[in-house]
Design a binder for this molecule. Structure first.
Ligand SMILES: [Fe+2]
Ligand SMILES: [Fe+2]
Length: 153
């Protein structure tokens, strides 16, 4: 498996969880559970992707712009996740923020799959694509077990 195939596996989960989350209403176990799953999926994916795709790319001149763009979008998703964490699940505005998060996630994944990954594919060597996949997967699995809020700010 190369790094792009490994990353896409989580993308599918993110899309699925985001769609399901938008179908929930009010302060229900369903909403709480799906939100926790999506938050954790986005967190574990972003840590691994930042460290094992974007940081190596950032070290190259041709990868600098896509890296900055992608990291800004990761940051935007983080902010929306934080807003959702701080808003009461029963608040009528909660779903509007969740919708914004879902749109941001969908837009970002599309941009990665149809733009950034193609560009990155030209920059990284075949060996790098394979070894980065292993490193990404190990990091992803590790952070799937952790809570984002447990990281020291
Ligand atoms: Fe991604
Ligand atoms: Fe990403």
């Amino acid at each position: 498996m190369n790094i792009f195939e490994a990353l896409r596996q989580s993308h599918e989960k993110q899309r699925d969880l985001a769609e399901k989350l938008l179908k929930t209403s009010g302060d229900t176990p369903d909403r709480r559970n799906l939100f926790d799953l999506l938050k954790n999926e986005l967190f574990a994916h972003a840590v691994g992707e930042d460290r094992y795709l974007y940081i190596p790319l950032m070290m190259t001149d041709s990868g600098l712009n896509i890296t900055r763009h992608a990291l800004a979008e990761h940051h935007k998703m983080d902010e929306l996740l934080e807003q959702l964490t701080e808003t009461e699940f029963s608040n009528p505005g909660w779903l509007a923020i969740a919708k914004k998060l879902s749109e941001t996630v969908h837009h970002h994944l599309k941009e990665e799959e149809h733009g950034f990954f193609q560009q990155a594919g030209k920059i990284l060597s075949a060996d790098q694509k394979m070894s980065l996949a292993q490193q990404y997967l190990a990091e992803y699995e590790k952070y799937k077990q952790k809570e984002k809020d447990s990281l020291v700010e």
